[in-house]
Design a protein around this ligand. Sequence first.
Ligand code: FUL
Length: 484
Amino acid sequence: MNRLPNLFLTLFFLVGLSCSQKHDVFPPQPIGPIPSEDQLAWHEMELNAFIQFTINTFTDKEWGYGDESPELFDPSAINVDQWIKTLKEAGFKGVILTAKHHDGFALWPSKYTEHSIKNSPFQSGQGDIVKLVSESAQKYGLKFGTYLSPWDRNRADYGKDSYVEYYRNQLKELFTGYGPVFEMWFDGANGGDGYYGGARESRTIDRQLYYDWPTTLAMVDSMQPQVLFFSDAGPDIRWVGNERGFAGETNWNTITPDTLYAGKAGIEELLQHGTKGGSRWIPAEVDVSIRPGWFYHQSQDSLVRSAGNLFQLYLTSVGRGSNLLLNVPPDRRGLFHEKDVAALQGFRKILDSVFNVDLAQSARITAESIRGNDERYSPSNLNDGNGDTYWATDDEVIQAAFELDFGASTKMSYLLLQEYIPLGQRVAAFEVQIPKGDQWETIATGTTIGYKRILELEGVEASKLRIKFTDALGCPVISNVGVY
Ligand code: FUL
């Protein structure tokens, strides 16, 4: 009964196949580990903010001992929308709040402890900073993330199994009460002296085993599967190995985490650069503060980073294929200080002026080598404004180049390159060249690209620019070039 339609379908299929096969060049296969969808969305965020705010803000400390009275927490003129609006206007896409720092004070009315905002004068004990931040983030379209310090200098049972249970209970509160959480930050600082319920002593824990992270992460994952876990060693986002604001110029998103864990000493270099050919996709995040401290101190009002300095941080983080997590600590009023706001506004102005006109948009782009000579992999994909199209070469062609022809002498300050990372991170070395006589002269070199690489070209003038790939794990797959 169904024979006739089936026959037609088969015929259509065969005709279709033979037509398309003429041009059928398979896309490059992924090489090595590739980012998950949530990691890809994270790469696209580029700029996130950290908010360190707690009892330390009122005691002028960086690490509270854990014996501070909750009475001390009392911002006089809090306006969380001022924080989030400032961040939104500066171009930040997400915000991560310290719900509990090492001193153990909970910024939400946790039912598992009395060491919390519920026993502070703030809003007569009815306040909830986690709620205010998550709601404001939602209002302004920023993603919300949280930090819950594993180390707790207030808890009497820190170091015992019951504390791990307590920590998990707090995670349950945070992951069920405040909407979606995009990133969970697990700090590496662990163990040492503290109040510990009055014991006032030093405690050490087995950093690798005490918290039983696999069980905790599985629990959080079952509540919110989209969340990305940050720690020194991942599993989703890794620390960059320093808090001074830079990723390695060579920065592989891949690393082999088998023997890495949060708080392990001596892995800073490894985290900064990742590992070529590493077994997992665990990109680095650059966390750094807009002030010398992580918390607000009036004495540091004159030491807020300048707009130009923030732009430098952008170049050494986002410009090296990483994300910037910039800490902006609210003051005792519960506001971003005027100096910090001015620096953020200035930062935005610099970004807007530097990246205002992309000279690559009007350039003619050509390449000697195009995958299967198929227009789907044409170099015109490099300046089509579409991150889902790319230029690629045949699998065996690794040393390849593309050229931009501006048609007239053009002054260039920055070059921006992006790999199509859904097919893995590939490029290990490239050269940037301009014409010299009938040769090409190399004016800059780079190693990795990843999600984004920005190179300074220092105002060089030329009518053409050539990007030559010299080493890669497979054929280059480049989605975007920008020249500014
Ligand atoms: C560090 C902490 O010890 C600092 O106080 C701060 O929270 C920073 C983001 O992480 O490891």
